[in-house]
Design a protein around this ligand. Structure first.
Ligand code: HPA
Length: 278
C-alpha cells in the first residue's frame, strides 16, 4: 500500500500563503505540545494564521491543540510557533503530520524546537519535570511507519538520512546552560513514540523501560526525522505530564493537559532563554 505523499510544489504553495501573511522572517520554528501553547501569547507583533487557511495543513482534532500559527518576535528573534499539532492516531497519514516541518523549511526555518507532553518511564522523573530529549526510539517507524517511506525527493533531503545526532548537541548544551541559569532542573533522556491513542498497559511500560526509554508519547519522532532529513537543527523538550513508574495509576488526557498548564511557565521560560541565545 502506498501512503499519501505531498510534492515539493505543495509545500512551496503552503509556504507562500504563510509568507504572504507576515512580514516576519522566522528562522526558528517551535511546536507547542499538549497544554503548552500559552507561550504563543508571549510572541510580540504576532501574525496569527489558522491552520485551516494554509493549503494541506492538518488541523488537530485533539482538545488542547488550538491549530494556529503564531509568527512574531520572541526574545528578539523572529519565530514561527505552532499551537498544536496533528497526530498519527487522529487518522492522518505520516506525510500530513509532518507536512508543517517541510513547509517551515520552505520558509527558511533552519532550527526546530519541538515540545511535547510525555509519560515518565524513568522512575526518577516526577510529574512536572522537563526533560531534554537526547535521543529517540522510533518504535512506530521500526514497524514501517516512517514518514520518509516512499519515493525520495533529493531536493528535500537524502534517501538515507543519518540519525546519530538527531537532537543537536550544541543546541542541547545551550538548553542545559539556560536551565542552569534559570535554576530549572532539566532531566535528560530517550523519548519513545507509540502510535496511541490508547495509553500504555503495565506490560507495555515494562517493555519500553527495558528497551531504554525514559519518556513515552504519541508525537515528535516523525517531525524530528523529517526535520533532520531536511538538515534542520533540532532541540527536543518533553514535559513529564504523568508518571508511568511501576504499578502506575490510570492516565487521563485531562491529567496530561493539567500538568502541561502547570509546567507551561517553566517550559516557556526555558524556550525564551534558548531562543535569546541562538
Ligand atoms: N503515554 C503516551 N503518551 C503520553 C503519555 C503517556 O503516558 N502522557 C502524555 N503523552
Amino acid at each position: 500500500m502506498s501512503e499519501l505523499q505531498f510534492t515539493r510544489q505543495e509545500y512551496i504553495k503552503a509556504a507562500r500563503v504563510i509568507h504572504s501573511r507576515t512580514q516576519h522572517q522566522p528562522r526558528i520554528g517551535i511546536i507547542l505540545g499538549s497544554g503548552l501553547d500559552s507561550l504563543a501569547d508571549q510572541v510580540m507583533h504576532a501574525d496569527r494564521i489558522s491552520y485551516r487557511d494554509v493549503p494541506h495543513f492538518p488541523a488537530s482534532t485533539v482538545h488542547g491543540h488550538s491549530g494556529e500559527l503564531v509568527i512574531g518576535k520572541l526574545s528578539g528573534a523572529d519565530v514561527l510557533m505552532m499551537r498544536g499539532r496533528a497526530h498519527y492516531y487522529e487518522g492522518y497519514a505520516m506525510a500530513e503530520t509532518t507536512l508543517p516541518i517541510r513547509v517551515m523549511r520552505e520558509l527558511g526555518i533552519t532550527t526546530l524546537i519541538v515540545t511535547n507532553a510525555a509519560g515518565g518511564v524513568n522512575e526518577k522523573f516526577r510529574v512536572g519535570d522537563l526533560m531534554l530529549i537526547t535521543d529517540h526510539i522510533n518504535l512506530v517507524g521500526m514497524t514501517g511507519l516512517n514518514p520518509l517511506r516512499g519515493p525520495n525527493d533529493e531536493t528535500l533531503g537524502p534517501r538515507f538520512p543519518d540519525m546519530t545526532a538527531a537532537y543537536d548537541p550544541a543546541l542541547s548544551d545551550v538548553a542545559r546552560a539556560c536551565a542552569r541559569d534559570l535554576k530549572i532542573e532539566l532531566r535528560e533522556g530517550v523519548y519513545v513514540m507509540l502510535a496511541g491513542p490508547s495509553f500504555e498497559s503495565p506490560a507495555d511500560v515494562r517493555f519500553i523501560r527495558l528497551i531504554g526509554a525514559d519518556a513515552v508519547g504519541m508525537s515528535t519522532v516523525p517531525e524530528v526525522i523529517v526535520a533532520r532529513h531536511g538538515a534542520m537543527r533540532v532541540l527536543g523538550l518533553s514535559l513529564i505530564s504523568n508518571s508511568l513508574a511501576p504499578s502506575h495509576a490510570q492516565v487521563t488526557h485531562e491529567e496530561v493537559l493539567e500538568a502541561g498548564k502547570t509546567a507551561a511557565p517553566k517550559m516557556a521560560q526555558l524556550i525564551k532563554a534558548v531562543v535569546g541565545k541562538i
